[in-house]
Design a binder for this molecule. Structure first.
Ligand code: NAP
Length: 306
């Protein structure tokens, strides 16, 4: 199939592009810069560049119209200005959906397990997303299933880890370097799920190939790692003391990431594994943090614009 991939130059998108090509698909990758276009060209003959951006809705429409399916991973990661980023995402998904309406072609949209409102102890694929949050990727995507789009949602763990990670965990590493301590909030028993980038990329492909329209799937390998264990792994990696910060101290210590690092958000992927035949096979987050690559240089979290 020929797949239009937004965010094809990002941490997760580059792995998705590689996964698709290795499985025999062709990729049309969205690029908004010359550097992005160049990196896509370098990915091989089965990758074509589609110039455009999330703001240029016509570029999204034409990319989707030219493809047999779409994977949407682009997002403006400006956590200090989250409302407009979420709004751009909503408009982008609606535009992609308009282009695919009535065709039954697949559209895989990215969301997060921390955006779910769990009914039980673990968030499951059957739980609805939390309607009170600004990011509406899931609601907008699932509504497209009624318009003849095979739209599904991949809820990623808050840590999608692996070489090249510049997400939440590298941000925590930067803060630890800067403050001279690796911290967790309260007793640090609140849990974060995690998934390796390569396992996540395989899941995007499986959803594209055989996911059900209107379904949500969980990119979760570690169901819930106590955040204290994440702080301890960072402390080991940087040779820094590990300390607790009270919830009152957290905002000052961690900045914007405090509102995520304090969440207890364990999530299951049992239904995803069963429905799509997806066993995660890569190392878990703590094993990945115990490998040296997370601590090799200080250029952490560059892509989060913080
Ligand atoms: N990484 C994680 O741990 C994690 C966890 C949970 C959920 N997620 C979600 O997974 C998805 C992919 O994340 P990621 O880690 O791969 O992010 P990333 O490395 O920051 O990549 C973001 C991608 O979006 C593109 N992009 C940003 N603004 C754009 C715009 N205005 N127009 C067009 N393209 C734009 C970037 O293009 P450029 O290369 O040109 O900048 C890049 O290709 C996002 O929806 C993210 O919220 C990620």
């Amino acid at each position: 199939m020929r797949i239009f991939v937004t965010g094809s130059t990002g941490f997760i998108g580059t792995a998705v592009v590689r996964e698709l090509i290795d499985a025999g698909h062709q990729v049309l990758g969205l690029a908004r810069s010359d550097a992005g276009a160049k990196s896509l060209v370098a990915a091989g003959a089965n990758v074509k560049v589609h110039r455009g951006s999330l703001e240029d809705l016509e570029s999204l429409r034409s990319g989707a119209a030219a493809a047999d399916g779409v994977i949407h991973t682009a997002f403006i990661h400006d956590f200090n200005n989250y409302g407009p980023a979420a709004e751009a995402d909503r408009r982008a998904i609606e535009t992609l959906g308009d282009a695919l309406a009535g065709s039954d072609r697949p559209l895989v949209v990215t969301s997060g397990t921390l955006l779910v409102q769990p009914k039980g102890a673990l968030a499951t694929e059957e739980d609805a997303s939390n309607p009170n949050l600004p990011r509406k990727s899931e609601e907008v995507a699932l509504a497209l299933a009624a318009r003849g789009v095979r739209a599904s949602v991949l809820r990623l763990s808050p840590s999608v880890h692996g070489k090249g990670d510049h997400g939440f965990v590298p941000r925590l590493i930067s803060i630890a370097r800067e403050k001279g301590v690796s911290a967790y909030i309260g007793d640090g028993r609140n849990r974060w799920p995690a998934v390796h980038r390569l396992d996540a990329a395989r899941l995007y492909r499986l959803m594209l190939e055989k996911g059900s329209g209107g379904a949500s799937y969980h990119g979760v390998a570690d169901e819930g790692i106590p955040t204290r264990e994440i702080a301890e792994a960072i402390g080991r990696g940087l040779n820094l003391p590990v300390v607790s910060k009270s919830s009152e101290e957290a905002a000052d210590h961690f900045g914007w990431i405090a509102r995520f690092f304090g969440i207890d958000g364990p999530a299951s992927s049992a239904l995803t594994r069963q429905r799509l035949g997806w066993p995660p096979v890569q190392p878990g987050l703590i094993a990945d943090l115990n490998a040296a690559h997370y601590f090799e240089h200080a250029a952490d979290a560059v892509a989060l614009h913080v």
